[in-house]
Write a protein that binds this ligand. Structure first.
Ligand SMILES: *Cc1c(COP(=O)(O)O)cnc(C)c1O
Length: 372
């Protein structure tokens, strides 16, 4: 059966396991973030590594985003093919083939990339000149995650000067992104650590200014820090990704009041079927590791008080039911809330977009597996 035949089908009748997307919630999240950022005079450049779909990206653009971030050249290719015209690859791009693809893409869209290495700057410049394009460049500064990025201060300035001297490249400013900080538990603690990370970025920006290097773009931030990012007075654009659909882990990092991070709601679920009932208060579903990532913990079982999901292999997931709570029968459908949206989405080919409990749209996870 062609997938489109399933449009208008009630969710309960969908075969499983499959990836459900609550469209009302998705749209609400997109609007809320866009409004929050616009009101405070900062630009929004959402990260599409979460959803991997140009359809979502266009919704984000329609709500006011100035462009998107991609993590991989392959994602950027899918976005450009899907009509997105302004992309920051917020990651280092290394290796002849990838760099040539990036430069080629700049014939079709405005492309920026981050750098943290001199040789890489030379290679990017050469590829841009060969393709007859200009690549925008941000210097990535390590603001405490100890992953990519040059150290703050003088090393960033030295690399910035190199970019300015390189034909084919146009220095635009800085990127400072701290991934681990996004997930830091406790609102006050996250804010405290953010202020610490910001000191290095601010100092580097000031050095850029006094060295005559451009700082028209200071880019960074994500779902966990977006409030601090827009208040920082430093970031000109922010890069949140997960907020579009959220996940169990992000909901648990703590808000300004309470333990739940409630700024955005969960829009993404895996629908599973009870395929075996081996014992009391224990059922087995058809949703295992191949449809649900567990790198950030177990998914939550939606709407079943006290029930807990337990990984049971590639194709199976157990649900331990609270003895006094609701029970399940063979063939029942269960909704699971993924613990980590990005890695779960990348396991699926298809989104089933749902409104009022019926399938409204079926969209491909277009950049699924585009990890090169
Ligand atoms: C993942 C990522 C983001 C978005 O982070 P979320 O936590 O999903 O909002 C932003 N910028 C960079 C560089 C990233 O790698």
């Amino acid at each position: 059966m062609a997938l489109e035949q399933l449009i208008t089908t009630p969710v309960e009748d969908l075969d499983t396991p499959c990836l459900l997307l609550d469209l009302d919630t998705l749209e609400k999240n997109v609007e809320y973030m866009a409004g929050y950022v616009a009101e405070r005079g900062v630009a929004l450049r959402p990260h599409v590594k979460t959803h991997k779909s140009p359809v979502f990206a266009r919704k984000q653009m329609a709500a006011g985003a100035i462009g998107v971030c991609c993590q991989k050249v392959g994602e950027a290719e899918v976005m450009v093919a899907g009509g997105i015209e302004d992309i920051l690859v917020s990651n280092e791009v290394v290796g002849r083939a990838k760099i040539a693809r990036l430069a080629g893409l700049a014939r079709h869209a405005r492309i920026a990339v981050v750098v943290d290495n001199l040789e890489n700057v030379e290679a990017l410049g050469q590829a841009a000149r060969d393709a007859g394009v200009t690549l925008d460049v941000l210097i990535e500064v390590d603001i405490g995650q100890s992953r990519c990025g040059v150290p703050p201060g003088e090393p960033a300035v030295a690399l910035g000067k190199k970019v300015v001297q390189t034909q084919g490249l146009a220095l635009r400013g800085l990127q400072g992104y701290h991934g681990a900080l996004q997930h830091c538990s406790g609102f006050a603690e996250r804010k405290r650590q953010y202020q610490v990370a910001l000191v290095d970025l601010k100092r580097t920006k000031e050095l850029f200014d006094s060295s005559g290097l451009p700082t028209e773009v200071i880019s960074g931030g994500g779902t966990g820090t977006y409030r601090f990012d827009v208040e920082s007075g430093l970031m000109t654009e922010i890069q949140p990704g997960s907020y579009v659909v959220m996940d169990r882990h992000y909901r648990s990092i703590g808000g300004p009041v309470g333990e739940a991070y409630e700024d955005f709601e969960c829009a993404l679920f895996v629908l599973a079927t009870v395929m075996s009932i081996p014992g009391e208060a224990r059922v087995v579903t058809d949703a295992g590791l191949k449809v649900l990532s567990t790198d950030s913990g177990m998914p939550a079982v939606v709407g079943l008080e006290g029930a807990e999901y337990q990984a049971a292999g590639d194709e199976h997931g157990k649900i331990l039911l609270a003895p006094e709570g609701p029970q399940l029968r063979l063939g029942d459908k269960v909704r699971l809330l993924p613990s980590h949206c990005d890695t779960t989405i990348n396991l699926h080919d298809t989104y089933y977009g749902v409104r009022a409990e019926r399938v409204e749209v079926i969209w491909p996870v277009a950049a699924r597996g585009r990890s090169q």
